[in-house]
Design a protein around this ligand. Structure first.
Ligand SMILES: Cc1cc2nc3c(=O)[nH]c(=O)nc-3n(C[C@H](O)[C@H](O)[C@H](O)COP(=O)(O)OP(=O)(O)OC[C@H]3O[C@@H](n4cnc5c(N)ncnc54)[C@H](O)[C@@H]3O)c2cc1C
Length: 222
């Protein structure tokens, strides 16, 4: 199993608790949209703590991008990632598959569960292949929506935001449950992709089973 020490080139906050990292790209290190790797920190105290994160840039770029929700209250790896600065080093591991594009359909994400869809939609947009793909993106509040401007640009009316803890014009309010899916999705004989917290993924899977959309369902639990 190979390890790839890489330098942080730049960082920026994309919401109040999500930080995007640009990193050096090791030679010969390749991935496809939706894939992930594990990250470890480059210091003795943390070097055995591996955590999975998804590539959110494109393989053809000369650098790597990750989009990472920070949980300082857990005092784990993401708290440390929040403290790193350009020039600091982290360690990447092998690339592995998490979720892969299998054709047009409906993508459903909860919070930072949207990260594999960033790379997938970035690629589709670049290839002029957004087609009828749509994204349903659940968050607690507007301030939690990762890369909203980007989604609006790529998807226009094919992105639907659902907020569980805020009511605002232009946003649906509530949870994505069976009733919501029934009301908003015209046919269930299509590809579904779901990524988010375990409970959300389990609930949506169950709802899609009832509604007839489970045969073509790809899920990733976070
Ligand atoms: C395939 C895959 C890809 C992923 N890609 C991304 C990505 O691109 N971007 C992203 O932001 N995230 C992604 N994640 C999620 C990410 O891996 C976790 O958020 C990360 O591992 C958290 O690490 P941590 O050390 O900060 O906290 P953890 O390891 O989750 O927690 C540290 C400690 O805090 C405690 N703890 C854990 N959960 C809770 C809780 N809910 N409340 C209170 N205490 C708790 C436990 O004691 C735990 O040992 C991905 C996950 C998977 C499986």
């Amino acid at each position: 199993m190979d390890i790839y020490p890489v330098s942080i080139l730049s960082t920026r906050m994309v919401t109040h608790n999500v930080r995007q990292f640009e990193l050096d790209k090791p030679k010969g290190y390749n991935f496809i949209p939706g894939q992930a790797t594990e990250i470890t920190l480059s210091n003795i105290k943390w070097e055995h703590e591996r955590r999975p994160f998804t590539f959110t840039g494109l393989n053809e770029w000369d650098h790597l991008e990750f989009t990472i929700k920070l949980y300082p209250e857990r005092h784990g790896v993401t708290e440390q990632l929040g403290l790193l600065e350009p020039g600091d080093e982290i360690v990447l591991h092998d690339v592995w598959g998490a979720i892969q594009y299998k054709g047009e359909g409906t993508f459903i994400a909860g919070g930072a569960g949207v990260t594999p869809f960033i790379a997938i939609f970035r690629q589709l947009h670049k290839d002029g292949a957004i087609g009828a793909n749509q994204l349903i993106f659940a968050n607690k509040t507007q301030s939690d929506i990762i890369l909203k401007d980007q989604w609006d640009e790529w998807l226009g009316p094919q992105v639907h935001y659902v907020l569980s803890q805020e009511q605002a014009p232009g946003f649906d309010h509530g949870a994505i449950d069976e009733a919501w899916l029934k009301q908003h999705i015209t046919h269930f004989n299509q590809q579904f992709y779901v990524c988010g917290p375990d409970k959300m993924v389990a609930d949506i899977k169950k709802a899609l089973e009832h509604l007839g959309g489970a045969d073509t369902l790809v899920t990733v639990e976070r």
